[in-house]
Structures are given as C-alpha cells and as structure tokens.
Design a protein around this ligand. Sequence first.
Ligand SMILES: Cc1ncc(COP(=O)(O)O)c(C=O)c1O
Length: 379
Amino acid sequence: MKFNTKLIHAGISEDQSTGAVSMPIYRASTYHQKKVGGNPDWEYSRSGNPTRAAVEKLIADLEQGVAGFAFASGSAAIHTVFSLFSAGDHVIVGNDVYGGTFRLINQVLKRFGLTFTTVDMQDLSQVEAAIKDNTVAVYFETPTNPLLKIADINAVASLAKQHGLKTIVDNTFATPYNQNPLVLGADIVVHSATKYLGGHSDLVAGLAVTNDEKLAEQIGFLQNSIGSVLGPDDSWLLQRGIKTLGARMRVHHENAAAIVDVLKNDAHVAKVYYPGDPDFAGYEVAKKQMNHFGAMISFELQSGLDPKQFVEQLQIIDLAESLGGIESLIEIPAVMTHGAIPRDIRLASGIKDELIRLSVGIEDQEDLVEDIQQSLAKL
Ligand SMILES: Cc1ncc(COP(=O)(O)O)c(C=O)c1O
C-alpha cells in the first residue's frame, strides 16, 4: 500500500463487528467479562479502548513501527516516553526544542533525578562529546521548533547505537508524510498530534511509536500506569484528521514554497529559515531524509522594523500559538510558544526576540501572499 492509501486504509479503518467505515466512538469505561481471569481483549478503557486502538494502529503503520500509543497531548506522550528512564540517567537533548518540552525537562523531570545536556544536534561532535557513562538516550526535533534546524537522523542514531543509547525523535514538524525517523534508525518517534496529524486546530493529542517490541511493552506499561491516555472522542477525531493528511500537506507545501519566495525577495525581510531553501544550512540533510520540506517558516525582519506590528496587521493569517492547522497561524516564539525558556538560554540557542514563526495553511495562495505583502508594506 502506498502512503496516501495507507492514511485511509491502514490501521483499523473500519469496525470489525458492523463493517462501519468510520470506526465508532466506544465511550464505555469498562467491559463485561464473561468469566473471572478470562483474559478478555478489552477490560478497562485506560488500559485499552477500541477507538483509541484504531488510531494507535494507524500511526504505528504510518511510522513503520510495531506499536503506537495515543496520549492526551504531545507533552503527555513526551512525559511518558521520558518515564522509561530513572533517577541518575542522563539524556542528551537538542538545544532547540518546543518551549513546553524545555519546561518539562527543566522544571519537572530534573526534580525526579534525570540529568540533561543540551547540544546542537546538527553537530555530531557535540553529541559525541556529551555522552557520559550514565547516558541512556538522545532526544531531538528535526526540523526544530522554531529555528527549523535539521539533524541528520541516521548519523545521530548510528552514533547513539554504537554507545547503546536510544534515539527519540519528535516528528511533529515533518509528520510521517515527510519523514520516517524509525526507518532512519530512531527507536521511538513522538508527535504533538495537535498539529498536522489532527490538522484542524480542534484537538489536543499526542502519539508515540516504536519499532522495538521490548520498548513497546515498556511504553504500553507506562501508558497504562501513568494514565494520560487519549479519550475515545478525540481518538476518533484524530483518526479522521489523519485520513486527509496527504491531501492537506500537498497544499501546505505549495503555499509554503510561494511564501518563502515572497519573503526572500522582500526588502523588509532580513532572514528566512526554511529547510527547502537551498541557501539554508540544513538543506542538504533535509533533502536526503525528508520527502518534502514541510510548511513551517521562520523569519526575521530588518532591524528597526516591529515584528509585533507586522503580525497584528495581518488580516487573514491568525496571530495564534500552535501550528499545522488548515488555517495559517503566526506567532512570535520569544513571547509566545517559547516564553518558558529564560531569555539568555533562548538567545544562546539562536531564538531572537524578533523571530517570527509562520505555519502556512491551505487557504488560497494569492490571499496569503497578499496578506503578507500588505502588512510588510505598512511597516
Ligand atoms: C515540536 C513540538 N513537540 C511537542 C509539543 C507539545 O505538544 P502538545 O501541545 O500537544 O502537548 C509541541 C507543541 O507545540 C511541539 O511544537
């Protein structure tokens, strides 16, 4: 099956008992057991729910793993995956990650005795230098949020494997449409499914997938023990969203390419960050490991121009946190999505106060271009 067919027919795409082509929403919290200790397929909905199982099997197929797990948010997925590790363990983390992941690591997980070193994942020598006797894993995003930095997944995973470390990749920005980290050597993939997978800005969800049976068993145990599972209604909504991922991504990509062109040729714009731009540092690696470059763009205006004025003057593109929805969303990471990162650390990792992040939607391209141009012209 090819990818777009898989989106619609992989996983558990219809109800086994009725043939309904849309998986029903099973709201039951518990299931009638025929006898004591009979080991039934379904017993309690935290441990397993048919609607959730359908979307879990679907993401496992799309990421080419052996098992998928659905959570109440991307952060819940990341938290559960980090719960594989114990006090005293050390994890190497990319120095450009979503602000909420930075907060989870520094304000929650550190209190439980995990230790972390942040490095620029684009530089393999930095990754190697950070490995200690107690290092257990490498965790990173590629492309990163918000600088779109590209790490070579295969190179990092090979190095990690040599040292017995697990490789965990946040694939939120790329989606399985554009990139399959497990195929490139990673052990676990996580997603904020709130973004492109849900696709319509009407859902908060997270996913994790592994291609290792032992890790699958451990993550399943943690999912049930911690209990931050995705409910059946949201599982259904997520599966419905995923079915149109391919159709949406093709328009996201076309629009993003047109907007990059406009931004790169406008005198008000100082710098554009986009993995599909041949002038961008991560372009060659992105070309090697991604099917397409995605639709997230970051950029900086010329000094003296006010990014707040620019985003507030937009008429179609919404000023909002989040990304990956059908509607174009714009924000200023320093004061919005990455506000949880102290300024000095944020600046050191390259996220300037003036940086603007744009999630390109699937509106008509001409309208988006016109909106950007009218706002730039008023600066
Ligand atoms: C790359 C990335 N990972 C994880 C998350 C967290 O996901 P959620 O907001 O669904 O908890 C986000 C949220 O923006 C994100 O951008």
